[in-house]
Design a protein around this ligand. Structure first.
Ligand SMILES: CC(C)(COP(=O)(O)OP(=O)(O)OC[C@H]1O[C@@H](n2cnc3c(N)ncnc32)[C@H](O)[C@@H]1OP(=O)(O)O)[C@@H](O)C(=O)NCCC(=O)NCCS
Length: 271
């Protein structure tokens, strides 16, 4: 095992179970740390994260669904760059440190937000919602996932009570809601959230998630076959920039305004 892999392994071991989601540069001039070092270290570390999940009593099905993000990202990497690799290794830190879980259709990152969110106290734990690509993004799948999340975190992270979820995404860019069919899955998902803060320019996200390219060159060559593809490109053609929108929602069963307590009845289709 090379020194780069050893460095990443030490980093992953130190971060396991930690809420620290900073991404320090691990490489130095003497010991460079490459994308391949990250990839190799994450594969070697998989038994450790699975054992950590098991130690918390997390059902194996959730553990496997969560760590499947590794393979998903590897296959996306091949689509994006046409080669073996993992340009999203920093993102995968969330999975390898036990902070993110896939529950039904969505992924949930348990964290303490750095910026103020209306209705969320300083230091309060919340769930960051992430949307992996794939089908089944209809209203029912999203509702089922939210209900699962509420129950899952109350049961397995009782020490970090949550009642709010937030989402920071190009899918919540107000421009998208104004231009996509109101009956679409994307519009219905965005409508679940109460917006907060001012949207922030993030011009590449919409292009990356719609077309899986990191390049902003030659956009005119990209397909315009679907409504979303047309909306994304037409905005850029008109000189506009895509943004990140911010929104929050109260998790199901949490409307009373207090976090769920350990042992409270919650949906349990996880086992
Ligand atoms: C979010 C996502 C699951 C929504 O897919 P969906 O359920 O098909 O969305 P909708 O049904 O609302 O789609 C509305 C229109 O956009 C199109 N569309 C949706 N996602 C698309 C995508 N990734 N690429 C191209 N077209 C897409 C649909 O085909 C449809 O167009 P049509 O009416 O011409 O057929 C999908 O866009 C996706 O996998 N995105 C990548 C992950 C992502 O963006 N995560 C958020 C990161 S912050």
């Amino acid at each position: 095992m090379g020194p780069g892999v050893e460095r990443v392994l030490a980093h992953l071991a130190a971060r396991l179970g930690s809420s620290d989601d900073s991404n320090p540069e691990l490489g130095t001039a003497e010991v460079p740390v490459t994308e391949m070092d990250w990839l190799a270290a994450m594969m070697r570390f998989t038994p450790d994260i699975l054992a950590w999940h098991a130690g918390r009593g997390i059902p194996e099905a959730v553990s496997h669904a969560t760590m499947a993000d590794f393979g998903r990202n590897m296959s996306i990497n091949r689509r994006v760059h046409n080669r073996f690799g993992m340009d999203t290794y920093k993102w995968l830190n969330h999975a390898f440190s036990g902070r993110i879980y896939q529950l039904g259709r969505l992924q949930y990152l348990i964290h303490q937000p750095a910026a103020q969110i209306p209705g969320v106290a300083d230091g309060e734990w919340i769930l960051g919602i992430h949307i992996p690509e794939g089908g089944g993004f209809g209203e029912a799948a999203v509702a089922e996932s939210l209900a699962l999340a509420s129950g899952f975190f109350a049961e397995y992270f009782a020490d970090r009570p949550v009642r709010t979820a937030n989402c920071e995404s190009w899918l919540l860019d107000p421009y998208l809601a104004a231009h996509i069919d109101a009956g679409s899955n994307i519009a219905k998902f965005a409508a679940l959230f109460t917006p907060y803060g001012a949207p922030r320019d993030e011009p590449t996200d919409a292009v990356y998630f719609t077309f899986r390219t990191r390049s902003m060159e030659n956009l005119s060559e990209l397909p315009r076959a679907t409504a979303l593809q047309r909306i994304v490109l037409e905005r850029i053609d008109a000189g506009g920039a895509w943004q990140l929108g911010f929104g929050s929602l109260v998790l199901p069963g949490q409307a009373s305004g207090r976090p769920a307590r350990h042992g409270e009845k919650a949906p349990s289709v996880l086992r």
